[in-house]
Design a protein around this ligand. Sequence first.
Ligand code: PHE
Length: 458
Amino acid sequence: MTALEKENSMKRGGFATALGALIATLGSAIGLGNIWRFPYLTGENGGAAFLVLYLISTFLVGLPVMIAEIMLGRAGRANVITTLRRLSPSPRQPWWLIGAAGGLSAFLIMAFYTEVAGWVFAYVFRSLTSNILSTNPEVTTQMFVALVSDPFQSLLWQWIVLVLVGLIITFGVARGIEATTKRLIPLLFLLLLVVDVRALTLPGAVEGLTFLFKPDFSKITATAALIALGLAFFKLSIGMGAMITYGSYWKDDQNIPSTALRVALSDLAVSLLAGIAIFPVVFTYGFEPAAGAKLLFITLPAVFAQMPLGNVFIFIFFLLTSFAAIGAMVSLVEVVVAFLSEQFELSRKSATWLAVGALALVGSTAALSNSTLANFTLFGKTLFDLYDFVTSNVLLPLGGFFITLFVGWTLKPAFIREQLSNRGQLNNEWVVRLFLILVRYISPLLVLIVLLDSLNVF
Ligand code: PHE
């Protein structure tokens, strides 16, 4: 270790407790992906059949990649690029490129994620200042369109989000991230349960549940498989280094496989709860299940309109959603900040504001995609859609693929066994064996098949 590395490793924060690491990791996973993205993609891609693809992707690909990333991070104890360099068998092998691509993914995800988070913030504000409840699809859709097609509001809310995330990150790893997430997740869970109870007593509940849980296998297509895979990566914050970066803050005695499993299960539970809140509403009031990115924003005002104290509850709902989004964004920006500060000897503060400033520039192009730049398209997509598509459907799956190659085929099984069993302290040989089979064969093959299939190779 050089003197600088030593200094950096001392400066590096860490999650204070095992529970803290679990909660912060959960805070990265749970976010707009569950509440906004999961329902709308499920609605667009055929309901339950898509859910089946998503479950396969989550447990056969997502979970192994997540374990692999956390293991790498904890063993490397540095930002993604340095970690991959440190753990490569030879400095000439360019595995660090996975980290560089991950930094790019983090950046592009943030560009559109901050915009959606901005919509959530705007709804928090609006639920305080006006009545946003209605069961009329035209009214709620109009309200959403008015927001996103206004360039000033779009930018304003996005920048507010960015500044807030910057402030939280400069407070440091343990204090900022753990503290915010710990209180929020149980509350979010609880509120979703309340909304679910209301949704399940609507007349369209059975139809909604059928859509979400009764698969029509004719809806399975190559595109749906790729989108499900991308969603699984996006959901678990993998394929781009966030989990490597967070893993670097994990303690040595934390049980990686079992904690990762708990994160994946809780994350799935939140997504399902969000789906159960939304689809009964869709079928009760005649919303379009395939309404796309606006689905959450146009359907929720309808379910809350049917609840006592609906305008209070919708305020709390969007507020909790905004906290969940912040936990996820903090982990995205942290990938870039950890790298900038360690690589260029910048203070965390300067690194954070540098990243936030750059994000405000690039993010604006996504924020204006529904107004000023609506007609500006590349490959037939607005910039918002392009950043979304390229990250989830290309960069994250590729990142995950190379991580499985690195861990499964480059690192020694003995090293993996030592890491996952915490140097023999855990008695989990069968878990290690199962992990090795998944990470070497099953996960990379599935990613490859889905990617090639969507390119129409077969
Ligand atoms: N998992 C987060 C969500 O579902 C998004 C995210 C993706 C966060 C990639 C970090 C890295 O909202």
